[in-house]
Design a protein around this ligand. Structure first.
Ligand SMILES: C[S@@+](CC[C@H](N)C(=O)[O-])C[C@H]1O[C@@H](n2cnc3c(N)ncnc32)[C@H](O)[C@@H]1O
Length: 429
């Protein structure tokens, strides 16, 4: 049994954990969730990771004035910054961006008005608690341990929680065991208030056709390979009702499916799209890479004669085509392809390029293509500013950063979204 340590935590890591120096042990730092900078805490060492000692909070010995009571017992699993006053969360995120981009002025960091019930996707696991199947989250740092969620989670709105609780009640009433079900994905639309549910089961003989849910506009039941911990759609067992939701962003109706990507905080995402619109000049051609169902590009159709939208997920690209049609956007052209494989062929030096990649950032081949073709402006939205800073540095000889704006798409968590605008430098023309 490891000995408890009493430590002074003095800062946050870029990932959002509190860090305490430990010079006497040779460990560079101790890290813990649920602790704030300026706090003294008793912690239990759990394991080492990249030279740091990962610890679990046992007792708070001196609290920060920024500390607030968490709303939920399970907060460490879903949103470890619940214990931080919202204004201090925003300040901390602002500092993360300033540290990542020391030579760019951060114009502003846009806080969220809705800081609870904002998520439009929740992924629940299951556990058996007090003799009953319940929704659950994995305990942070213990993938095998589950925390029951008798009321759902406050990062989701009431309609999503109600739909999730209805689904787990249906399962529990039929005596379904936790070993038979892997996860429950719930999606919700801010615009319509509708909800969809995806149930991922590990029993091939699951009575999928019997599932009935009144609080969901549609649902799907998937057999999901038990060997994978993820909610993979190995085989569709049954689908009923609506197969998509519609969200309205910047005046555009966007349909997206249960299994597809959609930005998590529609309200703040809309502010980011407005900001992108302001940063895009009227132009002949916009190339949108990592374009999903068209959530950004379809709001830019009045800015260009044509928009080429590249998305690797075939289904998402097909939904973008459908959204384009519904919006009457004749100049928006979705294309199902990998950005790094077609960029060189489609980019022109006169283009404005909008990129919104996954957390990994831009593919190195795409960075190379951008550096060769040199489109005049790159508007880069990112959910992982560390990788965005890496990509911007690789383009640093050709582009200068002209705008940096942060957005809080993820209140109560350390995650943030950042918008960086790069302009081709005059000497690189
Ligand atoms: C962060 S999401 C952004 C989607 C869209 N811009 C939006 O706002 O809804 C990233 C998207 O990139 C797509 N993607 C991932 N790898 C890709 C690649 N190599 N080329 C093109 N698209 C890719 C994903 O399928 C996903 O739709």
């Amino acid at each position: 049994m490891a000995e408890l340590l009493e430590l002074e935590f003095d800062r946050l890591t870029p990932e959002g954990m509190a860090a305490a120096p430990m010079p006497e042990t040779g460990d560079r730092v101790a890290l813990a969730w649920g602790v704030l900078p300026g706090e003294r805490a008793r912690v239990l060492p759990m394991r080492r990771q990249k030279g740091a000692l990962l610890c679990r909070l046992v007792e708070l010995l001196r609290a920060s004035p920024e500390r607030v009571a968490p709303r939920e017992d399970h907060y460490l699993s879903c949103s470890p910054w619940q214990v931080t006053r919202y204004g201090a969360q925003v300040e901390a995120k602002r500092r993360v961006l300033e540290n990542l981009f020391p030579s760019v002025t951060l114009e502003r960091f846009v806080a969220a008005e809705t800081v609870w019930g904002y998520r439009n996707k929740m992924e629940f696991s299951f556990t058996e608690h007090e003799g009953r199947l319940q929704l659950a989250f994995h305990e942070r740092g213990h993938s095998q341990r589950r925390l029951p969620l008798p009321e759902g989670c406050q990062l989701a709105g009431p309609a999503m929680n109600a739909a999730a609780l209805e689904a787990v009640t249906w399962l529990a009433t039929r005596g379904i065991r936790a070993s038979a079900v892997k996860s429950l994905i719930v999606r919700g639309s801010r615009a319509t208030g509708r909800v969809m549910v995806g149930l991922y089961v590990m029993d091939d003989n699951f009575p999928a056709g019997e599932l009935t849910l009144e609080r969901s506009a549609g649902w799907a039941v998937y057999y999901s390979d038990p060997l994978s911990p993820a909610s993979v759609e190995t085989r569709l067992l049954d689908r009923r009702g609506a197969d998509h939701l519609v969200e309205r962003v910047a005046g555009v109706d966007l349909a997206w499916p249960l299994e597809g990507f959609f930005q998590n905080h529609a309200e703040v995402f809309e502010l980011a799209v407005d900001e992108i619109r302001r940063r895009i000049p009227e132009t002949a051609r916009i190339v949108e890479l990592y374009s999903g169902v068209g959530a950004i590009g379809l709001a830019l159709c009045d800015k260009a004669e044509e928009i080429l939208a590249v998305e690797s997920n075939q289904a998402a690209s097909a939904w973008a085509e459908r959204n384009r049609h519904a919006a009457g956007a004749e100049n928006y052209h979705p294309r199902a392809a990998r950005a790094e494989l077609c960029a060189e062929e489609i980019l022109l030096p006169s283009d404005v390029v909008v990129v919104d990649p996954p957390r990994t950032g831009l593919h190195p081949r795409l960075v190379e293509a951008l550096a060769r073709v040199r489109p005049r402006r790159i508007v880069y939205l990112s959910c992982n500013p560390a990788n965005q800073a890496r990509d911007a540095a690789m383009l640093g000889a050709i582009y200068r950063a002209v705008t940096l704006v942060g957005f809080d798409f993820y209140p109560q968590t350390p995650h943030l979204e950042s918008l960086l605008v790069l302009e081709r430098a005059a000497e690189a023309e």
